[in-house]
Ligand binder design. Sequence first.
Ligand code: ZN
Length: 159
Amino acid sequence: MNHALASVTCMDARINPFQQLGISEGEAHIIRNAGGMAKDALRSLIISQRLLGTREIAIYHHTGCGMVTFEGSELKRLVKWANPDNESCAAQVDAMDFLEFTDLEQSVIDDVRFLRESPLLVAGTRITGWIHHLETGEVRTQFFHPTPVLILIACRLFE
Ligand SMILES: [Zn+2]
């Protein structure tokens, strides 16, 4: 059992987050949102760490993710089009960042970097990034950030 783990993954219905992690129900906090985006998960990660004691975070993005198929500006236009002349609606949606991305690997690297640089998380948290290949079921690409030397430091801190 690893009660120390929080995982962030996409809400895509094809993903079984427990299978993705190779664990059983009850062994980790699973935070899901569109894309498995770290910025969107930050609120839950702070609660997971400070109130429930998790000390490791794994970020999972996946191949075939819908987050590469749209532009935030288009989505904003759709929302506003459905609520014409509603200034409050327009202001709220304009203030949102839908966090869409074009480069899958870079999106994982950016998210790992974002969390590692966040002063809101517990110092020494082990943060890893992964790409889940939906076609094969494999989770085979792993990203540490920022450098291999720091990986060793991060692992040592975690251990
Ligand atoms: Zn997705």
